[in-house]
Design a protein around this ligand. Structure first.
Ligand code: CA
Length: 457
């Protein structure tokens, strides 16, 4: 798993801005999921949903400030109890100490919080604080390979390789430092989106190129004499090149792990899963970051290789979410799925089956109302195969740190077939009454189905 790695920066997903030959090996040997979505596009909540198989209103990790209670069930616990050797290396970001340490792992070594790209400190389950020299993506991979070398080869294993990359502040390693120096990275189609017609609270989100910090994010000062448009273009190039350099290093290291499996005759009998905790805006709509329910942020990369059960080079457009991961992994491993788990196994979908009752929609909720830095509003919504309805309920009641007066409720409605780039908000538009009514009913249905409730405003 990686952090903030958008599907549209993977060549297996037809990236226009980079190539990822090693991630593509997973796709070529297995399945590319084209409609995998997170149910809350931010780090800690998405990770909590994956581990617990539940939505954030159930597992309690609704924001970055709510750590995972490690008395909760997580699927690695069942793997370990069933004889799997288990380990986690890298980013955890669900708190540590005081009831938040990882559980279900024979061994774990995590970064404190976000951790650092260069010379990072780790917290080890046996050794405590461990200071390391080197680059974080290399070190996490080294630890994974060392652990594989030391494991009992007679027993199954479940290894969680959790990269910090490609999270802000995108600091490349020496090997990729000058990559892309002499090229211009293509701009996304919606780079100049003026956000006209979108919700007011979306237009005021502070995730624009001008909101990147020149020193911290772009590692430079803004050159003199640029027009505003030229400065925005310059910012994008600085931002996206470092993002892609960090991704390139990660792709190389994923190649090392895949090579290890090949060299040790493990490939045919190992499930390899690549995902990221959510997507990311790569200049799309003029933004960086995530949080919003727009496609680039909502979509998770999800590549799964398992030669025993999954046909090579396959794809699926069935809707699956991060809440389904725990059930799916247990199912593929032949273990029982506990009754309390909300997610559903999509193992049949991976095998190419077409379950008649598979869901045609998914529920999303971003809770972290106006965190101050990104000014992103809380919202919930539903995505079907063809449409998306989003409600920005916009009431700062009960939201510590929220600023400014309460905004009115606002809606966005997109026809994803006619308008896949989501630039034409149909909410309130004459002629959209019927589809609006249908989607509002579907939103209420999926919200009730997962046990969440409308915001009391
Ligand atoms: Ca993340």
């Amino acid at each position: 798993m990686s952090d903030d790695h958008a599907a549209h920066a993977i060549s297996a997903y037809s990236s226009r801005i980079n190539t990822t030959p090693h991630l593509d090996r997973i796709a070529e040997g297995g399945i590319r999921m084209d409609a995998a979505f997170c149910t809350n596009s931010i780090c800690a909540p998405s990770r909590a949903s994956m581990l617990t198989g539940t939505y954030n209103h159930v597992n309690g990790v609704t924001t970055l400030d709510t750590h995972l209670d490690n008395s909760l069930w997580t699927f690695p616990q069942d793997l370990r109890a069933s004889g799997w050797q288990t380990a986690l290396f890298g980013k955890w970001h669900l708190g540590h100490g005081d009831g938040h340490d990882p559980t279900g792992f024979d061994h774990w070594r995590i970064l404190p919080g976000q951790g650092h790209y260069h010379n990072p400190v780790f917290i080890d389950s046996e050794q405590g604080i461990v200071e390391r020299g080197g680059y974080v993506t290399d070190l996490i991979t080294d630890d994974c390979i060392d652990w594989l070398d030391d494991r009992d080869t007679e027993r199954p294993f479940a290894l969680f390789c959790h990269h910090k990359a490609s999270h802000r502040t995108w600091e490349p390693d020496a090997a990729h430092f000058t990559m892309y120096d002499d090229v211009e990275i293509p701009f996304p189609d919606t780079f100049r989106d003026d956000l006209a017609g979108r919700a007011d609270v979306v237009q005021s989100v502070r995730m624009k190129m001008l909101d990147l910090d020149p020193i911290i994010d772009l590692k430079s000062t803004v050159p003199d004499g640029l027009t505003l448009d030229e400065e925005i273009d310059w910012r994008y190039q600085r931002y996206i090149k470092d993002y892609l350099r960090v991704v390139a290093s990660m792709d190389d290291n994923i190649g090392r792990l895949l090579d290890y499996l090949d060299e040790h005759d493990l490939t045919d009998d190992t499930i390899v899963i690549y995902t990221s905790d959510q997507g990311f805006f790569l200049g799309d709509h003029g933004w960086f970051d995530k949080r919003l329910m727009y496609e680039e942020s909502l979509r998770m990369p999800l590549l799964i290789r398992y030669p025993d059960q999954i046909g090579p080079g396959s794809t699926s457009d069935q809707i699956v979410t991060n809440v389904d991961f725990a059930s799916t992994i247990l199912d593929l491993c032949g273990l029982e799925i506990p009754d309390h788990v909300q997610g559903r196994s999509f193992a049949p979908v991976l095998r190419g089956e077409d379950p008649a009752d598979w869901p045609d929609s998914m529920y999303y909720r971003y809770w972290m109302h106006n965190d101050g830095a990104h000014a992103c509003p809380a919202h919930y919504g539903v995505r079907t195969r063809t449409h998306k309805l989003i409600c920005y309920y916009n009431d700062p009641l009960d939201q510590p740190g929220a600023r400014g007066p309460a905004n009115p409720i606002e809606w966005e409605l997109f026809d994803l077939v006619a308008d896949p780039l989501e630039v034409d908000n149909l909410a309130g538009r004459p002629g959209s009454e019927a589809i609006t009514a249908e989607l509002r009913a579907e939103l209420a249905r999926v919200q009730a189905d997962v046990g969440d409730t409308p915001y009391p405003a």
